[in-house]
Ligand binder design. Structure first.
Ligand SMILES: NC(=O)c1ccc[n+]([C@@H]2O[C@H](COP(=O)([O-])OP(=O)(O)OC[C@H]3O[C@@H](n4cnc5c(N)ncnc54)[C@H](OP(=O)(O)O)[C@@H]3O)[C@@H](O)[C@H]2O)c1
Length: 375
């Protein structure tokens, strides 16, 4: 186990919406030396001033193998917060492992796992992928519930009203039916899990509908992520339905127009970002993960996680996962964070003492048509 005081943690994409929160969370969790990386150094210097302590700034470009190599050689653990994930894939991970560093990715998921699993470069190292909100916390919460009560079935509604960065927009567009990036696909639109198998086309996207514990009308888009499928398989679920929820009116218009179109270039990304900004005018941002669960005894429960900023929560999950790796508290090899983090302490650390993050669990089904403001 490393002495954390001597540990060097490099954050790639540290100046981004996720990265800056990850850096703040890392600073509050440890005295480790931080190296903040991205292409532009001015925003990194401003962040370093905010953080204080042992912190350096280093330019790095994930499109340049030399630059990545130089960055990773200085690190014991590399946390990747740069995106879009589907474009970067395993490039940062490969450079980190070649430099002898452990690796954490706030996204990654199946496309990166498939590239790294079984690779000799990963042997003896800790590689944890999917260490954000979705993927990440989205699987950790049902695992936490299942340890307490057992779990047979679940329906999930995940989403919110918040800004959309360029990197997140590009990744989000990949979840729409018809998206064309075969090598980076991280889930299956319209599919669901039934008794041990994926059933394609089982669910329908619906616009102008209600979703449990979301205010107003929304666009619900079924998307069986690789994570959801793994979870259903690992927990032996009879049924799993997963919906991404988009409440913003302008965002809904951009997304419904993009469904079925294969090529989501920078123009669609720009439209999605502007739409999210306009949807937020005069509104308070929020993000929710709403789980309708049936426990091992057949009793329905509702589990609801809410926070105001999924980018901030992603940074916190990424930082907590990085600290677990730095402490040597996770197994070696390539894993998804939710599969190896201990659910009870991890969930407690993320929700206790944070005014912005609230977790509710109650017996009874989630109501499809809740009163506005009931939460
Ligand atoms: N798991 C989850 O729940 C979750 C939630 C939110 C976001 N995400 C994912 O997290 C990733 C980052 O999202 P974000 O919203 O933080 O994006 P963002 O605000 O656009 O930030 C991107 C960061 O990466 C840096 N960057 C971009 N291109 C780079 C390159 N070629 N080389 C080095 N650094 C580069 C940027 O700085 P420079 O431009 O100066 O290089 C910036 O620091 C995305 O893949 C997104 O999908 C995951």
């Amino acid at each position: 186990m490393r002495d954390l005081e001597d540990t060097v943690i490099g954050v790639v994409g540290a100046s981004g919406a996720v990265g800056r929160h990850a850096a703040h969370a890392l600073r509050s969790l440890s005295h480790a030396r931080l190296i903040l990386g991205a292409r532009r150094t001015d925003p990194l210097r401003a962040l370093a001033d905010e953080l204080g302590g042992l912190v350096e700034v280093a330019p790095v470009d994930v499109d340049s193998p030399e630059s990545l190599e130089a960055f990773c050689h200085r690190c014991d653990v590399v946390l990747n917060c740069a995106g879009p994930s589907y474009r970067i894939l395993d490039r940062v991970a490969v450079a980190a492992l070649a430099a002898g560093a452990d690796y954490v990715d706030v996204t990654g998921d199946t496309p990166v796992y498939d590239r790294l699993a079984g690779s000799p470069a990963a042997e003896g190292h800790r590689v944890l992928l999917s260490a954000g909100v979705l993927p990440g916390l989205s699987a950790l919460l049902p695992r936490w519930f299942a340890r307490r009560h057992g779990l047979r079935e679940m329906t999930v509604h995940a989403g919110g009203l918040e800004r959309c960065t360029g990197a997140a927009a590009a990744d989000l567009l990949l979840s729409l039916p018809g998206a064309d990036a075969a090598e980076a696909v991280f889930g299956h639109p319209l599919s669901a899990w039934r008794d041990g198998a994926v059933v394609e086309g089982a669910l329908r996207a619906r616009d102008g509908t209600r979703a449990p514990h979301f205010p107003g009308v929304v666009f619900v888009q079924p998307f069986l992520t690789g994570e959801a499928r793994r979870l259903a398989d690992a927990l032996g679920l009879h049924r799993l339905d997963w919906y991404n929820v988009h409440p913003g009116e302008r965002t809904r218009a951009v997304l419904t127009a993009a469904v079925g179109r294969a090529d989501h270039g920078s123009e669609t990304v720009g439209r999605l970002r502007r739409a999210a900004d306009l949807d937020l005018v005069g509104e308070r941002p929020y993000y929710r993960l709403v789980y309708s669960l049936v426990d091992g005894a057949g009793t329905p429960h509702t589990l609801l996680a809410r926070f105001t900023d999924s980018y901030r929560m992603t940074g916190r999950v990424g930082a907590a996962t990085t600290m677990a790796v730095a402490r040597g508290a996770t197994p070696t090899g390539v894993h998804h964070a939710a599969d190896v983090l201990e659910p009870e302490p991890a969930v407690t650390a993320l929700f206790e003492g944070d005014e912005d993050a609230v977790l509710h669990l109650w017996q009874g089904a989630a109501t499809a048509d809740p009163e506005e403001g009931a939460l």
